[in-house]
Design a protein around this ligand. Structure first.
Ligand code: NAD
Length: 471
C-alpha cells in the first residue's frame, strides 16, 4: 500500500505547525495483521496546554470572519478532503482494519457533512420575536462558545472528525481535536488539510492516549466546551470533571440497540438488515444492532436463516488485542450459535457471533461489547418486545420489521431511542439529520443536522428599544 509504506511518524498540529510531543511516542499497530503502522506522538499536559493556548489566541480573530466566509473556507476544506479521499480511506483501512470500500464510503460521508455545514454559513438564521413592551424589537443571534475540546472514538474516524470540526469551526470556535489513539494517521491527514485552508490555530490536533492527552483537555479551565463521542464510562467521567467548572458538555455515547422482528415481517429483508446492523464495521458502531428481538411465531425460522447467513458474513477485525480479549471474556459461558472464537489469523479477528438464551437481566444484555456480537431474544408479542427493548440503560437507535402500519407507529411512539427505523437497519444518520440518543446514550444534544449548531453556539437575545422622538 503506497500511502502506508510512506507513513512513519505522526505528530501533533499546534498553532499551524507540526509539533513532536516531548514525552516520546507510542506504536500504532494494524488490526488486520498486528504489524506496525506508525509511531505516534504521545502527548501529555504540556502539549494540550500549548494547543489550547493556540486555539485561544486564534479564536477571537476567527470569530470576526463572517459566517459566510467561514462557510466558504469549510467548503474548500470539504473539497480538499474529497480530493484526498483515496489517501484518507487507505489510512483509515490500515489503522482500523475495515475494508477500503467501507473507508471510502466514510470519506465521502465526511465530505458531505462538510458541504452541508458549509452551506449553513449562509443560513445562520436567528429569530425576531414580539415583545410585551411597545417600541421594543427582539432578535436572536448565534455566538461562538470559544475554545472547543473535541474528543472522538476510533470507529468511523473521518465522519467523527467531520461531525464535530465542521460545525464547531463554522460557528466561530477554535478547536483542539483529540482523536482516538487507534486512528492517529487519518487525524494527522485531516489536520494537515485544515492547516492548508484555515488560519493557524483554528484547528489543532493533539495525538495521544485518553488518560494522558484527553484528560488534560477535559480538565483545562481554558476549554469552554467539551464535545465527546465515545463510551459511557469515559463520558460519565468527562461530565463530572467539565461539569464541575460548568463548561458546556456534549456527550454522544454508546448503545445496546434493538431490532425487532414481528411475525408479519418480510423475513428475507429482516435477515439482511439484521446482518448489516449487527456485523458491519465488525459491530464497532454506536448504532449496531446488538439485540435482535424476534416474535415466538417466527423465531425458529429466523434463527436458522440468520445463523447460516452470519457464518458466511465477511467482517473485519476488531480494533485491538485488548478489545478482542474483553469481548471474548464477556462471551464466556454464553450459549453461542455462531462465531464466538478468535480466528486463526494474525491481528484481532472474531467471526460474526450470535448468542441466544441470555436472560434480559444478565450483564451481557446490558453491556455494550462494541464488536461483532448480537443476542437473539424470543418474545410473545409487541408489548413484550417493547418492554425488553426499553429495559436498557441505553437508548440510541432502534428498528422494527413489520407489515403493520399500526405496529410500526406504536413502536415508533413507545420505543425509548433517539432514532427509529421501520423495515430497515439500526442505521439512519445523514448530514442533515440530527443524531443522538436518550438515557445513557448521551446528554440530550443532537449532532449533525442544523441541531449541531446548537452544540457549538450560544443564543444571544438582542433587545432594541427605540422610543419615538417627541414632537
Ligand atoms: P472510549 O471512551 O474508550 O474513547 C473515546 C475517546 O476518548 C478516545 O479518543 C480516547 O482516547 C478518549 N479518552 C479515553 N479516556 C479518556 C479520559 N479519561 N479523558 C479524556 N479522553 C479520554 O471509546 P472508544 O472505545 O474509542 O469508542 C467506543 C464507544 O464510542 C462506544 O461506546 C460507542 O458506542 C461510542 N460511540 C458513540 C457514537 C455516538 O454518536 N453516540 C458514535 C461512535 C461511537
Amino acid at each position: 500500500m503506497s500511502t502506508t509504506a510512506r507513513l512513519t511518524d505522526v505528530h501533533n498540529l499546534i498553532g499551524g505547525r507540526e509539533a513532536v510531543a516531548a514525552s516520546g511516542s507510542f506504536e500504532k499497530l494494524q488490526p488486520a495483521d498486528g504489524t506496525l503502522l506508525c509511531n505516534v506522538s504521545r502527548s501529555g499536559a504540556a502539549e494540550v496546554e500549548a494547543a489550547v493556548a493556540a486555539a485561544r489566541a486564534a479564536q477571537p480573530g476567527w470569530a470576526t470572519v463572517t459566517a459566510v466566509e467561514r462557510g466558504r473556507l469549510l467548503r474548500e476544506l470539504a473539497l480538499a478532503l474529497q480530493d484526498a479521499r483515496e489517501e484518507a480511506a487507505e489510512l483509515v483501512a490500515a489503522e482500523t482494519g475495515k475494508s477500503l470500500q467501507l473507508a471510502l464510503g466514510e470519506a465521502d460521508a465526511a465530505v458531505e457533512m462538510g458541504f452541508f455545514v458549509a452551506g449553513e454559513g449562509r443560513r445562520l438564521y436567528g429569530r425576531t420575536t414580539t415583545s410585551s413592551m411597545p417600541n421594543r424589537t427582539v432578535l436572536t443571534v448565534r455566538q461562538p462558545v470559544g475554545v472547543a475540546g473535541l474528543i472522538v472514538s476510533f470507529n468511523t474516524p473521518l465522519p467523527n472528525y467531520a461531525w464535530k470540526v465542521f460545525p464547531a469551526v463554522l460557528c466561530g470556535n477554535a478547536v483542539v481535536l483529540k482523536p482516538s489513539e487507534h486512528t492517529p494517521a487519518s487525524a494527522a491527514l485531516f489536520g494537515r488539510l485544515c492547516n492548508e485552508i484555515l488560519p493557524p490555530g483554528v484547528v489543532n490536533v493533539v495525538q495521544g492516549l485518553g488518560a494522558e492527552a484527553g484528560r488534560p483537555l477535559v480538565e483545562s479551565p481554558e476549554v469552554d466546551l467539551v464535545s465527546f463521542t465515545g463510551s459511557a464510562a469515559t463520558g460519565r467521567w468527562i461530565n463530572e470533571v467539565a461539569g464541575r467548572r460548568l463548561a458546556k458538555v456534549c456527550l454522544e455515547l454508546g448503545g445496546k440497540n434493538a431490532l425487532v422482528v414481528c411475525d408479519d415481517a418480510d423475513l428475507d429483508r429482516a435477515v439482511e438488515w439484521s446482518l448489516a446492523s449487527a456485523f458491519s464495521n465488525a459491530g464497532q458502531r454506536c448504532a449496531a444492532a446488538s439485540r435482535i428481538v424476534v416474535f415466538d411465531a417466527v423465531y425458529e425460522e429466523f434463527r436458522g436463516r440468520f445463523v447460516e447467513a452470519a457464518q458466511g458474513y465477511e467482517t473485519g477485525p476488531v480494533i485491538s488485542e485488548e478489545s478482542l480479549q474483553r469481548i471474548l471474556g464477556a462471551l464466556e459461558g454464553a450459549n453461542v450459535l455462531a462465531g464466538g472464537e478468535r480466528l486463526d489469523l494474525p491481528g484481532w479477528w472474531l467471526g460474526p457471533t450470535v448468542v441466544e438464551a441470555v436472560p434480559a437481566d444478565a450483564e451481557l444484555s446490558f453491556t455494550e461489547l462494541f464488536g461483532p456480537v448480537t443476542i437473539l431474544y424470543r418474545v410473545r408479542d409487541l408489548e413484550e418486545a417493547l418492554a425488553l427493548v426499553n429495559d436498557s440503560p441505553y437508548g440510541l437507535t432502534s428498528a422494527i420489521h413489520t407489515a403493520s402500519l399500526h405496529r410500526a407507529m406504536h413502536f415508533a411512539d413507545a420505543v425509548q431511542a433517539g432514532v427509529v427505523v421501520v423495515n430497515g437497519g439500526t442505521h439512519g444518520s445523514e448530514p442533515h439529520m440530527g443524531f443522538g440518543g436518550v438515557k445513557q446514550s448521551g446528554t440530550g444534544w443532537r449532532e449533525a443536522g442544523v441541531e449541531a449548531l446548537d452544540v457549538y453556539s450560544e443564543w444571544k437575545y438582542v433587545n432594541l428599544i427605540a422610543e419615538p422622538e417627541q414632537a
